[in-house]
Write a protein that binds this ligand. Sequence first.
Ligand SMILES: [Zn+2]
Length: 298
Amino acid sequence: MAKTASGQGDPAHGLAEAIAADRVHSAYLFAGGGDEPRDTALSFVRALACSSGLGTPCEACPACRRSTPGDPVEIDGSGKSGPLYRHVGDHPDLVWVERGAGDTRVRIGQVRALQEAFRLRGVEGGRRAAVIADAEWLNHESQNALLRILEEPPARTTLVLVTPQPAGLLATVRSRCQRVRFPVDRNGPADMQSDEALEIVARLASVGRMGVPDILDWAEEYRGPRAIAAAAVVELIGVGTQWLHSTTCEAACAGDPVDRRLAAWTTLQQCRKSVVQRNANPQMVAERALFAFQEALS
Ligand SMILES: [Zn+2]
């Protein structure tokens, strides 16, 4: 069987079949942007706890009633103003981890708490499962902690990492996960349609004609509280990368040289890593990314 759990078909369908056939892996990587990978992860872990064995939540059994999501409890990565993770609904065996509202990363303490939750026996006797909903925000330290779970997964546990940028994860993490790819065409347009994304694209379209002062001014917009600025830079790079990708395809089809665009693409990936994993200054990273766009398009 191919490394993709779902083969060519619908990811949710492939996952439901795996549950029904009792062929569930201990770790998955859901790769794709937009809401679909996240929504699928939620439904998948609920189905793992469901006692029907149907492969999708039956919505009638006690486990499904417990795992029905309510108002989400706000997570705080430092554990000061909220929990390090939340449960799905109030199901004790289903854990949801994401970056705290004021955080620039998924913290190592959150990964350790998850590890601890997996060590306990399942309260309901079924599978225990956890989702790390924004795995692109795991830094090296957190990923190394996660490796311990991936290397020796406790019996009947399943971990799902969700990220639009699998390349941002350590190869050792990626290789231990069953990859489930979500079709880009279904997620891409939705991502590109937000007002912010459209604004970024409109501005990038003229970046080739901008002078150095214009670019420095633009990068200055990424000052201020780091968590907010870092998220904005990641959005700039994400939207810009997608846009660069489509213009590169057009240029290649038209027979134009694309080597500068490909070089920019590499620089953008490095920029992304430096802001997510190495806590680089968002404004500096934005400058580097914007100059890379300019170089590619001038
Ligand atoms: Zn059920």
